[in-house]
Design a protein around this ligand. Structure first.
Ligand SMILES: C[S@@+](CC[C@H](N)C(=O)[O-])C[C@H]1O[C@@H](n2cnc3c(N)ncnc32)[C@H](O)[C@@H]1O
Length: 423
């Protein structure tokens, strides 16, 4: 563990209720597990690693370390555009499971067994009365309005020329699927400052997320946007200013200067967590809790496999879930390891995150997740370090990287063939 000087910043008893890369909607082998009370704390290291999360008590494998909702979240612009239907606040699917499958398999007559296992409750959905964006519940509608939607609601009328739609169209032209982030997270952050009763406090909460030095911002904003980033950055900044009207709140100005805008983009780039939800995945998890007879469960498993095959045939399998990205306060203090002892899960079919231990964790041990997906994690040390350096600006010196330190600096075969495909 890389903690030389330890200053306790935060000490928390995890509640007993119920970067960091992309998530996919949980699969059936990821059933929710009971949460045991555990203790952890955020500590400051005196290395460039910054803060880290450390276990205070022993944490057995498969324990929920904490659960939390994001500080700010936004779904991807392409979701809505391609007919994906999710709550505009928490990403809970708004489609019933049959509609979800029909859309992705292009088979309109789809009938599923155990329809009562579908979680979608159409009768609870609430549209914004002004712009008709839909939420899964009155509670999401109210929270969105109180936190950011009052500032961002485009209202009725000329939806083509309102500043939000102009920004959305421009963003989609810059950032094709698979999206990895969205400008709307940044817009919601700024709207949160405008709507906060204590704006300075809100700015401070944003600046508490790990952020980089000035000369590192440009590298990260380049990653965020794609190749012709310079012109796009100026264009995006001016479009965001038209959505936000910075004159409403001087606290927002600092983030709309060239430097401030890039620093916010870099902050999002290094802290954001991908989230994915799906009505079909939720249905599968619920059916598993029915404890069906072996034969019935086997029939369900076969059906599920057929449906996935159809979905892959019709869509290419790349874009099955509702997707978005959020900033999480506690999760953003968790560092990366190529041999992580914890993992992020989304068991509630919305943006609520659970951090779960993968192994037994000793008191004093750092809790780490992987910022790489499963495929990337199995690549050579050189490929892993290259990805982390490019996307998070650090050289990973986790125990696995150190133990592979004598391996030659070779690019893994998978990465080399991906690079060829990209070209
Ligand atoms: C989501 S933050 C993690 C918490 C961060 N250490 C902090 O101080 O808030 C991601 C950033 O933490 C740092 N980081 C994460 N894992 C690291 C590691 N294994 N070694 C060095 N730096 C790491 C990198 O600067 C990265 O961009």
């Amino acid at each position: 563990m890389d903690v030389d000087t330890e200053i306790q910043v935060h000490n928390e008893q995890a509640s007993t209720s119920c970067a960091s890369g992309q998530a996919s909607a949980s699969t059936s082998s990821e059933m929710k597990i009971p949460q045991a009370p555990v203790q952890f704390e955020v500590r400051q290291t005196d290395t460039s690693k910054g803060r880290c999360l450390v276990a205070v008590t022993a944490i057995p494998a498969k324990t929920v370390i904490f659960e939390e909702e994001p500080f700010v979240f936004s779904q991807f612009a392409w979701n809505k555009h391609c007919g994906y239907s999710a709550c505009d606040h928490c990403l809970r699917p708004l489609e019933i499971v049959e509609a979800n499958i029909s859309r992705l398999t292009r088979n309109n007559n789809f009938m599923l067994p155990y329809p009562e296992s579908c979680q979608t409750k159409k009768n609870q959905h609430e549209p914004c009365p002004d712009c008709l964006i839909t939420y899964c519940s009155e509670s999401c509608l109210k929270t969105a309005y109180q936190e950011y939607h009052k500032t961002l609601c485009p209202g009725y009328g000329d939806t083509k020329h309102d500043p939000m739609s102009v920004l959305e169209n421009a963003w989609r032209k810059i950032h094709y699927p698979p999206e990895t982030t969205t400008i709307f997270l940044l817009v919601r952050l700024l709207a949160r400052i405008i709507q906060a009763p204590d704006k300075q406090e809100m700015v401070q909460k944003i600046l508490n997320f790990s952020h980089k030095s000035v000369n590192e911002h440009e590298k990260l904003s380049h990653k965020f946007l794609g190749d012709q980033f310079k012109d796009q950055l100026i264009e995006l900044r001016s479009m965001v200013s038209r959505v936000i009207y910075p004159d409403q709140s001087p606290e927002v100005h600092q983030f709309l200067t060239s430097e401030g805008f890039q620093s916010l983009i870099a902050l999002i780039g290094t802290n954001a967590q991908g989230v994915a939800t799906s009505a079909f995945s939720a249905w599968r998890r619920n059916v598993e809790t029915l404890r069906l007879r072996k034969k019935d469960q086997e029939e369900v498993d076969e059906l599920v496999e057929e449906i996935y095959e159809d979905m892959e045939r019709c869509t290419g399998g790349e874009f099955l879930d509702n997707e978005g990205v959020g900033l999480y306060v506690k999760q953003s203090s968790v560092n990366h390891s190529c041999d992580p002892n914890a993992i992020v899960k989304f068991w509630n079919n919305n943006f609520r995150l659970s951090l779960v231990s993968k192994k037994n964790i000793e008191p004093g041990e750092e809790i780490c997740i992987s910022y790489l997906d499963e495929c990337e994690l199995h690549r050579s040390r050189h490929s892993r370090q290259k990805y982390l350096k490019e996307n998070y600006l650090f050289t990973c010196l986790c125990p696995k990287c150190i133990s592979e330190g004598d391996d030659p600096d070779v690019t893994s075969e998978e990465e080399a063939s991906e690079d060829e495909n990209d070209e």
